[in-house]
Write a new protein. Structure first.
Length: 507
């Protein structure tokens, strides 16, 4: 399990996904569900998983150097023995020989090789976990982008409604001779602009859904929507989109039907889509705590540290090439000729060495450089981590301070719009004053949503930077679980088939 804040995901259930679309028609998905779908279907995670499995087998291959080797052979030869007086034809029938060879001691070369492969296995495991972190981050960003696009659509829908009512009112005033023709034309222009903006917002929302589907690796996704989160908790105004049927068209180019006694906001419901947003659950760590936490938990850093240890073992292995190898062997041979039968059995202990001193020296020098390169990679990543965390932390804290101020500005611009509208209605204000107030209100709302989106992305980035999710994935148990489930399913189907067969025989 891994958790941070109030988000909890079960990664023990990650398994190779089938090709079925894991989203039902009209589903409303949570962030956790979207992440789980991505983790199950990601080809990148699958690839890193394969690398991890290969690294495990490499450890077993290295350990196998301690196992004995068996060699066997068979042959057939024809020979002639020539002397001064005669030539003798010696026919040799098929011969057979077998030998068992065991390495007794090679002065720690095999041990160093085994430890090297173990560190590579640890690095592969950390690479796997880092890919999980990256996948989670990508889904979070795309998920928040959908929420932001959804909020903008709601704002633009409300803006169209405001402009429609404003157009109706201005038209009524014009017909009564209270307002000039220019006010009516301007009202039509602002209404058209608001509709164009709404079409763009709806397009952005659909593209955001497509990007989220891509992050989950789900093609041909049916119509679905998403839920709000703790840090992105506007009113639930879901906008389901069918990504298969994207050719739907609806005409919004016509002016609205006449409405008697139309007003803007005085006698209508206030359009405050953002009024119930609650900013809470601030990031719980200081900058210094975040950096130290990252140094102890970043999986890519752990991977580099494991790689450095593997390089140290490779250096040790190369140094021990100067030493010989002690081995023992047992052999048996059988040969049948036209003169006699020959059986042989031997036991041997050998101390062998094959060494090129100059070549080995340069190999050792290269191995030392590899260790230095690994340490340099660690130092470089730590420095990059420090400045990246610092920038992300500054952005996140600034947004934490800005968002409440943005909320105040939204309320202030709404109040200013209502005042300007009231002045216009009683003839004290002009049309430009109303439109300026309305534009300021829309800008304040859009800025508010944008900053909330940026905050959520900054927070997700911070969690990625420090690898805050505590991941413990037992790959072997998961593979056994999947295999066990498949066997149970197969046994169940077999039992069902036998029952049906017995029923047919009884009939």
């Amino acid at each position: 399990m891994f958790s941070f804040g109030t988000s909890v995901f079960a990664l023990e259930e990650i398994e190779l996904a089938n090709q079925e679309i894991p989203i039902t028609e009209g589903a409303t998905l949570s962030l956790e569900e979207c992440i789980n779908i991505a983790l199950q279907r990601s080809p990148n995670i699958k690839q890193m998983r394969y690398y991890w499995q290969m690294a495990k087998h490499n450890v077993s291959i290295a350990k196998a150097q301690y196992a004995p080797t068996i060699s066997a052979g068979a042959g057939y030869n024809q020979g002639w023995d020539r002397s001064r007086h005669r030539t003798t034809d010696t026919r040799i029938l098929p011969s057979v020989d077998a030998r068992l060879r065991e390495m007794i001691w090679n002065f720690g070369k095999t041990n160093a090789n085994i430890r090297m492969e173990k560190f590579y296995k640890i690095a592969a495991e950390h690479d796997f976990n880092q890919e999980v972190i990256d996948t989670i981050y990508t889904v979070k960003v795309k998920y928040y982008a959908v929420l932001a696009a959804q909020a903008i659509v709601d704002i633009d829908k409300a803006n169209v409604q405001i402009n429609e009512r404003n157009y109706q009112r201005t038209k009524a005033y014009f017909e009564e001779g209270i307002r000039s023709k220019i006010d009516l034309v301007n009202a039509e222009v602002y209404l058209s602009d608001s509709k164009i903006t709404l079409v763009q917002a709806e397009k952005d929302y659909k593209n955001a859904i497509i990007a989220l589907s891509n992050a989950m690796y789900v093609a041909n996704a049916p119509r679905f929507s998403i839920k709000k989160t703790e840090t992105f908790n506007f009113d639930d105004n879901y906008l389901p989109v069918n990504l298969i049927k994207i050719t739907n068209y609806h005409d919004i180019s016509n002016l609205p039907d006449d409405v008697y006694n139309a007003v803007l906001t005085k006698h209508e419901k206030r359009e405050e889509m953002l009024k119930d947003y609650v900013f809470k659950n601030k990031f719980p760590m200081s900058f210094e705590e975040s950096v130290q936490y990252a140094y102890g938990h970043r999986y890519d850093l752990k991977s580099l540290e494991a790689t450095k240890e593997a390089m140290k073992q490779a250096l040790l292995y190369t140094k021990r090439e100067y030493y010989p190898e002690l081995s023992g062997s047992i052999g048996y041979g059988y040969m049948n000729t036209n003169r006699y039968n020959n059986n042989s059995f031997d036991i041997a202990v050998e101390l062998t060495s094959s060494l090129n001193p100059i070549q080995t020296k340069h190999k050792i020098d290269n191995a030392k450089i590899q260790v230095n390169i690994a340490q340099n990679d660690i130092d470089e990543l730590k420095q990059d981590m420090y400045f990246s965390i610092q920038k992300t932390y500054v952005d996140m804290i600034a947004l934490e301070e800005q968002i409440p101020l943005n909320a105040i500005k939204v309320r202030q611009t709404l109040e200013n719009l209502e005042l300007a509208d009231g002045r216009y209605e009683v003839g004290l204000g002009d049309f430009i004053e109303v439109q300026d107030a309305k534009v300021n209100y829309n800008i304040a709302q859009n800025t508010y949503v944008k900053n909330i989106f940026n905050y959520n992305v900054s927070r997700a980035t911070m969690e990625k930077e420090i690898s805050s999710e505590e991941i413990k994935i037992k790959l072997e148990e998961n593979i056994k679980k999947v295999t066990k489930d498949e066997k149970k399913k197969e046994k169940k189907e077999k039992t069902k088939t036998n029952k049906n067969k017995n029923k047919e025989e009884n009939k």
